[in-house]
Design a protein around this ligand. Structure first.
Ligand code: 5GP
Ligand code: MN
Length: 359
């Protein structure tokens, strides 16, 4: 089935793509059988895996040889996606990944704006002489690539992969498998189509993906209705640890390694917990600290309502980054009291900005 894009407004992207040498991409992909590596960020989420596997199917259907490589593993609720079995995790497949990167004609970097987000995999990508392309929606990318499609106004990298495919003349290769992956990325990164950057264009893309056969109910069941009992128990622990800072319109949650172990934690179990803080009317910033004892770190996730940028807070206090309303980072400590103290210090600095965030 061919997609009908008549009536959709893609002028902005068309101009952008011309500027950024989409023709060069078309020329490179004009030959069949290109060796293409697709990489995405550490601890991949629905958009990272959805965009990577979506592009994987499109390129495969177009007669190329794509390979998705992630720095590490990802949650079970993403493992039903078509093509999942073909993904290599760098932590488990280092030598064949290094070889594939070395021999690649093209490398696509998806859903990250800083090479440090792919850790050791980044060194190999930087060394490679392959043609490199970045498709990403984070703020101010600093990844060196030959082709850059960066737009922080788009809600999900998966939506950008759709636009990219259209501009590169690859839309005819977007099949039902690719559509399921891209739909999943858009669904998860848009907060089930609720976040402000969800646009009419997002819905137009989603409509096309549904026309290709995506079953929205089935995807929802896989992503949001397949949790383990341990997740609910851990949510209980997290909420019992929740503290409010009414004078700064903030909320903070914590989970120590001991609490994770007691709750039977599995990867992905804590996804979305940070959002609960923001469900309270007067709260404009929510934060969760999660200890990872084996890595000797505490991971932080931050969310905001309105114009206050947690990206800025994550960059300044937590060696991280992300988007205005969703960001993350980490601290090189396993001392939860210390981590919370850093957050409290940040709150002091940004108090007025946070209070004014939703004004
Ligand atoms: P989450 O809180 O869901 O892990 O991540 C929210 C957003 O922040 C995502 O867009 C993600 O890419 C970004 N992010 C999360 N952790 C880090 C980090 O350690 N460094 C940077 N630069 N970005 C992060
Ligand atoms: Mn994303």
């Amino acid at each position: 089935m061919r997609l009908d894009c008549s009536g959709m407004e893609f002028e902005k992207l068309a101009a952008f793509a011309k500027e950024k040498e989409i023709d060069r991409i078309k020329q490179l992909l004009g030959r069949k059988g290109c060796k293409i590596v697709i990489v995405t960020h550490k601890n991949p989420d629905g958009d990272a895996i959805g965009s990577s596997l979506g592009l994987y199917h499109i390129l495969k259907n177009a007669g190329h040889n794509p390979q998705v490589i992630t720095p590490n593993d990802y949650p079970a609720f993403l493992k039903w996606l078509p093509g999942d079995k073909q993904v290599w995790r760098y932590e488990w497949a280092k030598s064949r990944s290094d070889k594939a990167i070395k021999n690649a004609d093209m490398i696509f970097c998806l859903d990250f704006n800083d090479i440090r987000r792919i850790e050791a995999l980044g060194e190999q990508v930087e060394k490679s002489t392959a043609f490199k392309a970045l498709i990403d929606h984070h703020i101010a990318p600093v990844v060196e690539t030959d082709f850059t499609y960066s737009d922080q106004e788009i809600v999900a990298t998966s939506e950008m992969v759709y636009h990219f495919a259209r501009e590169a003349g690859l839309l005819e290769y977007l099949d039902k498998n690719a559509a399921k992956c891209l739909y999943t990325g858009i669904l998860t990164d848009s907060g089930e189509f609720a976040f402000p950057k969800t646009s009419a264009e997002t819905h137009s893309v989603v409509a096309d993906l549904m026309r290709l056969g995506v079953d929205n109910y089935a995807v929802y069941q896989h992503i949001y209705m397949s949790f383990t009992p341990s997740r609910l128990k851990l949510l209980g622990t997290t909420l019992s640890n929740l503290r409010f800072y009414p004078e700064t319109a903030a909320a903070c949650m914590t989970l120590t390694q001991d609490e994770l172990d007691a709750g039977g934690f599995k990867k992905g179990d804590t996804e979305g917990f940070v959002n609960y803080g923001l469900s309270v009317k007067s709260i404009n910033v929510s934060c969760i600290f999660i200890e990872n004892r084996s890595e000797g770190i505490i991971k932080v996730s931050l969310r905001s309502r309105g114009k206050f940028s947690v990206n800025e807070m994550a960059r300044k206090y937590f060696y991280g980054g992300g988007h205005i309303n969703a960001a993350g980072g980490q601290l090189a400590t396993t001392d939860m009291t210390e981590a919370v103290a850093v957050f409290e210090k940040a709150l002091e600095q940004y108090r007025q900005d946070i209070l004014d965030s939703d004004k």
